[in-house]
Design a protein around this ligand. Structure first.
Ligand SMILES: [Zn+2]
Length: 162
C-alpha cells in the first residue's frame, strides 16, 4: 500500500457533510452566468434528503435579500409546508452573513454547515457569531470548514476573472 500521501485525513465531524457540500457547490457553480458571486446552499431534511436549494441571485433578480441561504430556506419551508425547519440542516459554501444567520435562527434549523469562512462579513464565527449568541434561545450547531478549499477556490476564481 502506498499513495497514502495523497489520502485526506479522516475527519469524523466534516466527512459526513461532504456529499451535501458538493450539492451546494453545484448550486454555486450555476451563479456566475448571472454575474452573481458564486455561493450555493441546500437544506437537508432530517433524513438527509435535499428539500431546498438556492444560489446567490442578487444580480439576477435585483433583490438585495436574494442570498443562497434565504432562497434555500424558503424552498425548504414550502416543501414542509411550515416555517419551522426543526431537525433540518443548512449546508452553504460560504459562511452566512448577518441576514442569513438571522434567517437560520428564525427558521429553527438544527444545524448550519459551511465551507469557506468569510473573515470580512461572516456571522457564524468570523466577524460575529449570530447563530450561537447565548442571548438567543435557539442556537443551531455550527460545523465549519467542509470542503473549504473548493468553496473558497470557486470565489477566488470568480473575483480574479472580473
Ligand atoms: Zn447572506
Amino acid at each position: 500500500m502506498n499513495g497514502a500521501v495523497h489520502t485526506q485525513p479522516h475527519d469524523p465531524v466534516r466527512d459526513p457533510w461532504r456529499p451535501a457540500m458538493r450539492a451546494a457547490l453545484e448550486e454555486a457553480e450555476r451563479a456566475p452566468g448571472t454575474g452573481d458571486v458564486p455561493v450555493g446552499a441546500v437544506v437537508l431534511a432530517p433524513d438527509g434528503s435535499v428539500i431546498g436549494r438556492g444560489r446567490n441571485e442578487r444580480e439576477a433578480t435585483g433583490d438585495p435579500t436574494g442570498h443562497a441561504e434565504v432562497l434555500a430556506i424558503r424552498e425548504a419551508a414550502r416543501a414542509v409546508d411550515e416555517w419551522r425547519l426543526t431537525g433540518c440542516t443548512l449546508v452553504v459554501t460560504l459562511e452566512p452573513c448577518t441576514m442569513c444567520a438571522g434567517a437560520i435562527v428564525l427558521s429553527r434549523l438544527d444545524r448550519v454547515v459551511y465551507g469557506a469562512a468569510d473573515e470580512k462579513a461572516g456571522a457564524a464565527g468570523s466577524l460575529w457569531d449570530v447563530v450561537r449568541d447565548r442571548r438567543l434561545n435557539h442556537r443551531p450547531e455550527v460545523i465549519e470548514g467542509v470542503l473549504a478549499d473548493e468553496c473558497a477556490g470557486l470565489l477566488t476564481r470568480f473575483f480574479r476573472a472580473r
